[in-house]
Design a protein around this ligand. Structure first.
Ligand code: GDP
Ligand code: MG
Length: 236
């Protein structure tokens, strides 16, 4: 299986070098792509110095935009593993994701233990959004907010994804599950250290709640893109 690693990165210069060195040590990974949109620190320079492919976009538009751009730039692999640039996702777990894909998963979702290592507000938000996503997806979604994932090729080719910020990661789970793609959970450590989150509560929480509300409506009134995708099916 040809596996690419896609790293959306924003203001992540401080941790990115270590993450890229650990990704480079992975036998499973055939290519690495960093997508930086508008960082004002040395994120892009650190990635280039590590010798990986970099897409440096001029304006910041959000993690979801970076993911969609990255998926489109990686058409030649069988699966794309996404992991965060800030060191919260140990690259050493990538083989577990590949094993889940080899066992039949189309979307392998990293699952963090909701331990005391996770800030209390995050724990609550995570439980709430994961419960809602599970109900919408009809399959277990234990951690809808975790960006450490493996996306299979067929899923990437067939699931309509609306570019945006963090809410994109909720949309893709629910839409992929509705199209019949198989989800799996991969336990990963819960890492909270000195890294600064780029998530802005007033901007991003309403976007996540908004997308879950929209996906609730899509149950009864699917948009054209989903009707078309459903006609194509996930296995044909
Ligand atoms: N390219 C890009 N990456 C982003 C953006 N926002 C966050 N990221 C990256 O997405 C990952 C997760 O973001 P983070 O703010 O740490 O989210 P949190 O860990 O859920 O608090 C990190 O690798 C960030 O560098 C963005 O606007 N553009
Ligand atoms: Mg983070």
């Amino acid at each position: 299986m040809r596996v690419a690693v896609l790293i959306p990165a924003y203001q992540a210069g401080a941790q990115l070098q270590d993450v890229l060195a650990r990704v480079a040590a992975l036998a499973e990974c055939s290519q690495v792509l960093v997508v930086d949109d508008g960082s004002t620190d040395d994120t892009a320079a650190v990635a280039r110095a590590a010798g990986v492919r970099v897409l440096a976009l001029p304006v910041n538009r959000g993690k979801g935009h970076a993911l969609v751009t990255g998926f489109a730039a990686l058409p030649d692999c069988d699966a794309v593993v996404t992991l965060d640039a800030d060191g919260q996702h140990p690259p050493e777990c990538v083989p577990d994701f590949v094993r889940a894909a080899e066992a039949g998963a189309d979307l392998a979702l990293g699952v963090r233990v909701r331990s005391a290592a996770m800030p209390p507000l995050r724990r609550f938000a995570n439980r709430f959004s994961s419960g809602w996503a599970t109900w919408l997806a009809g399959q277990c979604v234990a951690d809808s907010q975790c960006g450490f994932r493996l996306y299979g090729r067929r899923l990437l080719d067939r699931t309509p994804i609306t570019p945006g910020r963090y809410e994109v990661e909720s949309e893709v789970i629910v839409r992929a599950a509705r199209l019949g793609f198989r989800l799996a959970s991969v336990p990963i450590p819960t890492v909270y250290g000195g890294e600064a989150s780029q998530m802005r509560t007033l901007r991003d929480v309403p976007r996540i709640v908004g997308v879950l509300a929209r996906l609730t409506l899509e149950r009864v009134a699917p948009p054209d893109v989903m009707r078309r995708a459903a006609r194509e099916g996930c296995r044909s």
